[in-house]
Design a binder for this molecule. Sequence first.
Ligand SMILES: Nc1ncnc2c1ncn2[C@@H]1O[C@H](COP(=O)(O)OP(=O)(O)OP(=O)(O)O)[C@@H](O)[C@H]1O
Ligand SMILES: Cc1cn([C@H]2C[C@H](O)[C@@H](COP(=O)(O)O)O2)c(=O)[nH]c1=O
Length: 266
Amino acid sequence: MDGCPRGAEFVRVDPPTVVAAGLPRSEEHPCGVPGQPSVCGGELQCTLVGRLVVVEGLDGAGKNTLTGKLTETLRERGATIARIAFPRYGTGVHADLVADALHGRLGDLSESVYGMALLFALDRRDAIGEIQDALATHDVLLLDRYVASNAAYCAARLGEPADGPFVSWLYELEVARFGLPAPDLHVLLRVPPEVAGQRARQRERADAARSRDAYESNAELQARCARVYDELAEARWLAPWHVVDGAIEPDVSTLAAEVLGQRAGY
Ligand SMILES: Nc1ncnc2c1ncn2[C@@H]1O[C@H](COP(=O)(O)OP(=O)(O)OP(=O)(O)O)[C@@H](O)[C@H]1O
Ligand SMILES: Cc1cn([C@H]2C[C@H](O)[C@@H](COP(=O)(O)O)O2)c(=O)[nH]c1=O
């Protein structure tokens, strides 16, 4: 038997334990107790895993602020939450190279769209173990930016749409070749580019350490990027997309229900 009776996908590991990706923590799961390794079909084992939820949006949209509020609300409902923000500045060597490039410290590297995409992707590849551990031990792993950021920003830089050659190349690189797991849900915090730009400028004034980088100061790029995000959401690229109007105070309670997949028990 190669799979769970519910059709979950398994990865065979040595010793012969099997990890099910994207399974809900449900009392109904036929293989045993939620969150516990359990025998599947008498031969294979599966481990129930958390939901991978990604918050996406323009620079200054309010992703970090929303992720913080969402974490608080989800915890109040009894869910265990892990968080990772990409790029992993200060933690990952590729992320720190990204920061250097975006602040003009790596010569002409930042001019290469594919070169930059690769650095961002390598930062995520370095984090695969951290992602898997977090999914195995938490109900929800909340990511502030993920593969879709690379899709939106790089396609926008190239002037390509979401169904263009760059996004296909990126899927092959990050998902097919690097093996990054697809999310269960994207949350697109949709804010008009002018509003996001204003928030980023305000933040820069309040905190000198948050000086805007090459992408953040490029209003035209942000406007094109907003369009690609809309196209990705419309196409349900990689996973479902839930669009939140970030120009007004987001309804975190409704969003928390969406993130938990309306599951009973929370
Ligand atoms: N709903 C909101 N209304 C007004 N201001 C907001 C709102 N949400 C966040 N802000 C403010 O906007 C600025 C940017 O927010 P935040 O850092 O959360 O954005 P971000 O999307 O994570 O940005 P980046 O991608 O550039 O890191 C902050 O100063 C924050 O306090
Ligand atoms: C993760 C990621 C990010 N970007 C872009 C988005 C931002 O403009 C910058 C840096 O991110 P931050 O949230 O402002 O720190 O890089 C990208 O192009 N590709 C990615 O994978």
